[in-house]
Design a protein around this ligand. Sequence first.
Ligand SMILES: NC(=O)c1ccc[n+]([C@@H]2O[C@H](COP(=O)([O-])OP(=O)(O)OC[C@H]3O[C@@H](n4cnc5c(N)ncnc54)[C@H](OP(=O)(O)O)[C@@H]3O)[C@@H](O)[C@H]2O)c1
Length: 308
Amino acid sequence: MSRATRVFVTGAAGQVGADLLDTLRGVTPLGGDTSFQPDAKPVGESEFEVLGLDRHDLDVTDRDAVLRSLRASRPDVVVHLAAYTAVDRAEEDVERCFDVNERGTQNLSLGAHDVGAHLITISTDYVFDGTKGAAYLEDDETGPLNVYGASKREGERHCVADDTIVRTSWVMGVRGKNVVHVIAGRAASGATVRFVDDQMGTVTAASDLARSLVTLVRERPGGLWHVANSGATTWYDVAAHVGTLLERGDDFATPIKTSELSPTPLASRPARSDLDTGKFTSSFAALPAWRDAVARLVFELGRDKVTP
Ligand SMILES: NC(=O)c1ccc[n+]([C@@H]2O[C@H](COP(=O)([O-])OP(=O)(O)OC[C@H]3O[C@@H](n4cnc5c(N)ncnc54)[C@H](OP(=O)(O)O)[C@@H]3O)[C@@H](O)[C@H]2O)c1
């Protein structure tokens, strides 16, 4: 019998990390789709030996610690999820954001190569400026509008051709903080919401991303990959969909323009940064439709479990 694939995961306590650890261990994450696995191969018992590290176990900005940890554990694959993800706060915390997202990714890329492991790292649709007017392909020109996007792009640039870079967007897990929790909480409390209808993107359920990452851990393809649920949408459409799922009336969500947001968010965001996932779809499979992904999330949060 072949030995288990050893997988080293940074940012394991984050929303994607929690779902990835479950999936690698053969457990369906909360809100996961049991019928979806891009390479149609269920996770075998003992297929993976998983080492999940949170910030307290390993600070990715500490190069010596990263090298020591990788040399001690000798993984086959490194999935680098640790990141500074507070997009607005990053505008006032530039150095720290670049430390984690640029230099952290550089450390993981160097460390993975030092031990002969394959690196899979996660980037974002915010590397794009949103002016293309169509869904973004992997080789489209980047032009980040905010500090977070710029730091993630620099992280990408420190990777080598053999590394796999997964760009994803609007990630939502049952665990972790994200917009769906906020919208569902408002719906449960009887409040209404206002969301922008002039920012278009692609929603990604953390559980569907986790299953896609398992396929990439097996295949280790290298290069850039766009991974998101199927179909582009706006934040207003997401809010209205959650309202419908929770049986709120048509007046639950009101569309507004970005210019009407008050206070004005610190970070600019692209008006249209939906990801073209055709490469992943033709190589493996399309991720489920975004409406189904959000429905699974809302179902799992449950009317009773949603905290207003
Ligand atoms: N969330 C999205 O909408 C989205 C969209 C596109 C791409 N992505 C990318 O997807 C990946 C996973 O994101 P996520 O949604 O799971 O984010 P998350 O929930 O914020 O998780 C990120 C994790 O990284 C940890 N971390 C922060 N600084 C660290 C450091 N110096 N050393 C080690 N760990 C550190 C955080 O710990 P603390 O909580 O203790 O700080 C947190 O547990 C990231 O690369 C992110 O940039 C996310």
